[in-house]
Ligand binder design. Structure first.
Ligand code: SF4
Ligand code: F3S
Ligand code: FES
Length: 249
């Protein structure tokens, strides 16, 4: 059974100027928020800007804030809301708006480029190393990431603090560093880099990133907290301490 729903959609541009525009739209059974945005484009707002690709929760393009909560529009069922509820759709708050619901997520690509790639020992020949099954399985969870940037958008360390953006890589990229650090063949000092160059210390484990992840990756428990523990272990490792003393002389 269809019904008509009230929507408020943010319309604006890169100047930061804009407003919530009200719409009255038909909703059909089984639809998701992205269906409604498409209906709006087809019937009432042909120039409404929105980014999407797969409509299957896998490309990570359709991230927005729905009633203030960061979500994928294609994975948010209209049945989540009461029929008489006004549904508000706004762009991701942490990134600059290009137009309407489309934001400039370049921050994330900059952070991705700042992380040095996997670094095995130079003299390691193919076939010389066998990995434990545990080491193979542990990072699989992290590779489910669809780069929707909902976690990056949600973490208060950048959401409420624009000034932290240069120093803080955000949960998605700290998770990438943790993944590399857990790799038994990686030879870089990822612990020090995470702390000194990528702002691991800005994370105070509020777990908001984990809450919004559409892939249900346990970002905080399985990547960020273990990474913090590894940093602390290294810092207070008596051999590392002694080595630093000797080589500083
Ligand atoms: Fe999106 Fe989750 Fe990847 Fe963050 S970790 S970018 S929330 S899929
Ligand atoms: Fe931010 Fe997630 Fe840490 S929300 S504070 S990166 S646990
Ligand atoms: Fe691909 Fe929503 S359109 S995740």
């Amino acid at each position: 059974m269809g019904y008509r729903a009230k929507f408020e959609v943010w319309r604006g541009d890169h100047t930061g100027e804009g407003e919530l525009q009200p719409f009255d739209v038909e909703v059909m059974e089984g639809e998701v928020v992205l269906d409604i945005v498409h209906r709006l484009q087809a019937t009432q707002a042909g120039d409404l800007a929105v980014r999407w690709n797969c409509k299957a929760g896998k490309c990570g393009s359709c991230s927005a804030e729905i009633n203030g909560r960061p979500r994928l529009m294609c994975m948010t069922r209209m049945s989540t809301f009461d029929a008489d509820e006004t549904v508000t759709i706004t762009p991701l708050r942490t990134f600059p708006v290009i137009r309407d619901l489309v934001t400039d997520v370049d921050f994330n690509y900059v952070k991705a480029r700042e992380i040095p790639s996997f670094a095995p020992p130079e003299d390691l020949a193919p076939g010389e190393y066998r990995m434990d099954q545990l080491d193979v399985e542990r990072p699989q969870e992290f590779r489910k990431c669809i780069e929707c940037f909902l976690c990056q958008n949600t973490c208060h360390a950048v959401r409420d603090h624009e000034e932290n953006k240069t120093e803080f890589a955000g949960p998605r990229y700290l998770m990438r560093i943790a993944e590399l650090d857990m790799h038994p063949l990686d030879v870089r000092n990822r612990k020090e880099e995470a702390q000194e160059d990528h702002g691991l210390g800005y994370c105070n484990i509020t777990k908001c990133c984990t809450e919004v992840c559409p892939e249900h990756i346990k970002i905080t428990d399985n990547a960020l907290i273990p990474m913090k523990e590894r940093v602390v272990d290294r810092k207070y490792d008596p051999l590392v301490w002694l080595g630093k003393k000797i080589f500083k002389r």
